[in-house]
Design a protein. Structure first.
Length: 202
């Protein structure tokens, strides 16, 4: 099978730039996890203290955004980026990031590293996410109008087997505005900037 040609990043970036891009901060990683859960707790407390349609709507949007944030942090944990200590990285990535959005860190990592190995090739498991692009202006206009409506995600979604180990997830990737109503949208999360695969196996 074809494999993406490896390029030495140090031929593209200066040593200073490469050091900045590849440096990890365990404290920052843990703070982002704490911040996500603290924001979720604050949104729930808002509704508990002042229950009304406005606070409920705010909480839905805030919790949904942080669900996506947890999925993105799971992606970072899959690359060993949450904490320099592997055991801590695995535990936090699994139980505080992956499980709360209906995922499994090991299954996600196995699939996601295939994406890095076969980026934009037939074997790339994420190829379907980029295949429809570029789109027409008319298609973009329809999406811009449709996606803010939660109903679009609900109507287009259904229980399906999306990834190995993630069969409880909803399959829809149509509306990034509805993750609070559905489990987190990994298709959105996995379209983060590509991280270089680390030499430690992540």
């Amino acid at each position: 099978m074809p494999v993406v040609a490896r390029v030495d990043p140090k031929t593209v970036f200066t040593p200073e730039e490469w050091s900045l891009l590849t440096s990890r901060s365990s404290w920052r990683g843990m703070w982002l996890v704490v911040h996500a859960w603290g924001t979720i707790a604050a949104a729930i407390a808002l509704v508990a203290l002042w229950p009304n349609p406005l606070t409920w709507l705010i909480a839905v949007m805030v919790v949904g955004a942080r669900q996506l944030g947890l999925a993105i942090l799971m992606h970072e944990a899959a690359h060993g980026g949450i904490h320099a200590n592997k055991a801590i990285n695995e535990w936090v990535g699994q139980w505080l990031c992956a499980v709360p959005v209906g995922a499994d860190l090991a299954s996600y990592r196995s699939y996601h590293l295939q994406h890095h190995k076969f980026t934009q090739q037939p074997e790339d498991p994420d190829l379907s996410l980029s295949a429809p692009f570029p789109i027409t202006k008319e298609s973009y206009t329809r999406k811009a109008i449709r996606d803010p409506a939660p109903a679009s995600g609900i109507l287009a979604s259904g229980y399906s087997r999306w990834r190995p180990g993630c069969r409880w997830w909803r399959a829809s990737a149509t509306s990034p505005s509805t993750p609070a109503l559905l489990p987190a949208k990994i298709p959105s999360a996995t379209r983060e900037p590509r991280s270089p695969t680390r030499s430690n196996g992540y």
